[in-house]
Design a protein around this ligand. Structure first.
Ligand SMILES: Cc1ncc(C[n+]2csc(CCOP(=O)(O)OP(=O)(O)O)c2C)c(N)n1
Length: 357
């Protein structure tokens, strides 16, 4: 008996705008100039903020900080497709997109100072806290999406992860569950090609991360993650699919971290300057600026004014966060369990003696 081919798949790659800021009009999503300019403003705010937090860490004013330089388009492009009452489930490298969604700047400063007040979001939009345990946010997003489906809400859950998270059991459990129950969940993998020092070649032997979604019956695509229009177009399609009741999607946003993993890392030890230089030219912000300038909707004077505005906003957010002072001690203990167990209780009362000292 000859063998029969019983399954076949392919993965599309989408790029709308090239490195020179030139777009393929046939692929260009429908976005107004005003909205594109807004994307640019928030990507720049994210970048300036990122640099400022790096220097705050160096001054000892915040704790370990994971920069997101170079990944602004990969997250903002997807987050921009959400409605306020959709759920956003972040990882920890999505500042530009979170700022666009409305997360106040001061919250990030609090979070990276170890202050849980930074994780309590206003109810004007739906957003889960930052998630440092790799991949653990993925089943949470699927659970939220299943809940919305059961309640017949027309909302979606958008969840982020890095390439390293795809090696966690949580990733596979979440995708399997999402595929079987056809939940309105959009998975975005910001594939920045490294999990700390582990390169993608040692993370997986799959040709793409996108194809892992196919294994779970999930429509999947790989996009140029440094191209805001490609990310936006793929996310729009995925969000519409989810809203119409047609289940989950996986988007692999192929990008590059133009910085160390965190302020505790030294990426010079595991990647070359030549490699970084190659990715500098694909920088998502410079690329979008070239596009805006070619359309004559952005000038040098606007750029200077934007940078000044970003600085003022950031300085005032730092003051706001620092003026809050040290958080109450019970925040450190109170969020562990609904009720503190005996051991935590003892530690809490012991620590109380030192509160404010
Ligand atoms: C469950 C778990 N294991 C290990 C770690 C330590 N850790 C912190 S970041 C990281 C790499 C994550 O890489 P990736 O998922 O690609 O995301 P990126 O940091 O590149 O955005 C690891 C292993 C962790 N935070 N959580």
């Amino acid at each position: 008996m000859p063998r029969k081919k019983i399954a076949e798949f392919s993965i599309d790659y989408l790029q709308v705008m090239d490195e020179g800021g030139v777009v393929d009009q046939s692929l260009m999503p429908n976005i107004s100039d005003a909205q594109i300019t807004e994307f640019y403003r928030y990507m720049v705010l994210g970048r300036v903020f990122d640099e400022k937090l790096f220097s705050l860490q160096r001054q000892g004013r915040i704790g370990t900080f994971p920069q997101a330089k170079g990944q602004e388009a990969a997250n903002l492009g997807a987050i921009a497709c959400l409605k306020k009452d959709d759920w956003l489930v972040p990882s920890y490298r999505e500042y530009a997109g979170l700022l666009y969604r409305g997360v106040p700047l001061s919250r990030f400063i609090l979070v990276f100072s170890g202050d849980e007040r930074g994780n309590s979001h206003p109810e004007t939009y739906r957003c889960l806290p930052y998630c440092i345990p790799i991949g653990s946010q993925l089943p949470h997003a699927v659970g939220i999406a299943l809940g919305m489906k059961l309640k017949k809400e027309k909302n979606v859950a958008l969840v982020f992860m890095g390439d390293g998270a795809t090696s966690e059991g949580d990733f596979h459990e979440a995708l399997n569950f999402a595929g079987v129950f056809k939940v309105p969940c959009i998975f975005v993998c910001q594939n920045n090609q490294y999990a700390i020092s582990t390169p993608i070649s040692k993370q997986t032997s799959s040709q793409t991360i996108a194809q892992k979604g196919i294994a779970y019956g999930i429509p999947s695509i790989k996009v140029d993650g440094n191209d805001i229009f490609a990310v936006y177009a793929a996310a729009q399609e995925a969000v519409s699919r989810a809203r119409e009741g047609n289940g989950p999607s996986l988007i692999e946003a192929f990008t590059y971290r133009l910085c160390d993993h965190t302020t505790s890392d030294d990426s010079k030890k595991y990647r070359s300057q030549e490699e970084i230089a190659q990715w500098e030219v694909k920088n998502p912000i410079a690329r979008l600026r070239k596009f805006l300038e070619s359309k004559k909707i952005w000038t040098e004077a606007q750029e200077a004014k934007l940078l000044e505005e970003c600085s003022i906003k950031i300085e005032s957010a730092i003051k706001e966060a620092e003026d809050l002072g040290i958080p109450p001690l019970d925040h450190m203990f109170g969020y562990m369990y609904q009720e503190m167990d005996q051991q935590l209780n003892e530690q809490f009362h012991y620590s109380k003696k030192f509160e404010g000292k």
